[in-house]
Design a binder for this molecule. Sequence first.
Ligand code: GRG
Length: 314
Amino acid sequence: MGDLEAEKHVKYILSAEKKKDDFESLVLEHLRMNGAYWGLTTLDLLHKLEAVDPDEVILWMMECYHQDCGGFGGNIGHDPHLLYTLSAVQVLALFDKLDALDIEKVSDYVAGLQNEDGSFSGDIWGETDTRFSYCAICCLSILHRLDKIDVEKAVNYIVSCKNLDGGFGSIPGGESHAGQIFCCVGALAITGSLHHVDRDLLGWWLCERQCKDGGLNGRPEKLADVCYTWWVLSSLIMIDRVHWIDKDKLTRYILNCQDRENGGISDRPDNAVDVFHTFFGVAGLSLVEYPGLKSMDPAYALPVDVVNQSFFGK
Ligand code: GRG
């Protein structure tokens, strides 16, 4: 199986951060803020965050900030959205620099996107999705401003997206999907509402995501993909059913998706690597307690020491 090529992954992330004109950078241009979160969290899990100058990152991030409304865009000159605002808050939490934010302004922006039915729109254009419920709740919790929204309504809306198979979809009646399940279970965990989850039913659906090759898929009849290591395992951990997965087979699958020459992790063995799958591969290995990695918090999707720092100041 071979080991985790930690040093090569660090080099890969650091070089991806600097490139601006290759294929991957162009594809990621509109979600560079998410890319910063994926890359920097990977470095932190590998104990190499100090290889990056926080001031340089924060300077760039603040250029993506919209002072008029309090939200962050995915890159300089791009419109604000909850998806990027959460990534910005997570990156600042990684660096322990949340004080660089106007916390009232940012949390007002997030809270202002809650709708009458408790759901959240991602931006002013109104699309709703349980991904945005998670982004809002995680963001406000990190900023200690959950009191700015109607948490009960937010929880009831998420519960209305629960399906008969125990999973959750993007809107009421939407198909269960591991990514949405992470968002809903994560939001319920953060708000202390996990009693709404049927742990055995959902745990069964989630552990059935493990394919013959050891990898996990996101819904029935689909191919395995390294990113589902995160969405599925974090959910299983939050509902206390992670022992229903074959961790050794999964670990082997992730390690087989590494580019052993140039670093980086891909969705499936022998495919091209990218920062998204490198993050979810390393974060997944952290969840299976692969040696030498920092521990990840399954609900906040940040290293545990970062979450502790932000909540307990230690
Ligand atoms: C802080 C980790 C973190 C997340 C923020 C944006 C977000 C909240 C969560 C996204 C959850 C989600 C929906 C993930 C799924 C991403 C994905 C690989 C979708 C692909 O969907 P399909 O239908 O793929 O193309 P399948 O595998 O079903 O064929």
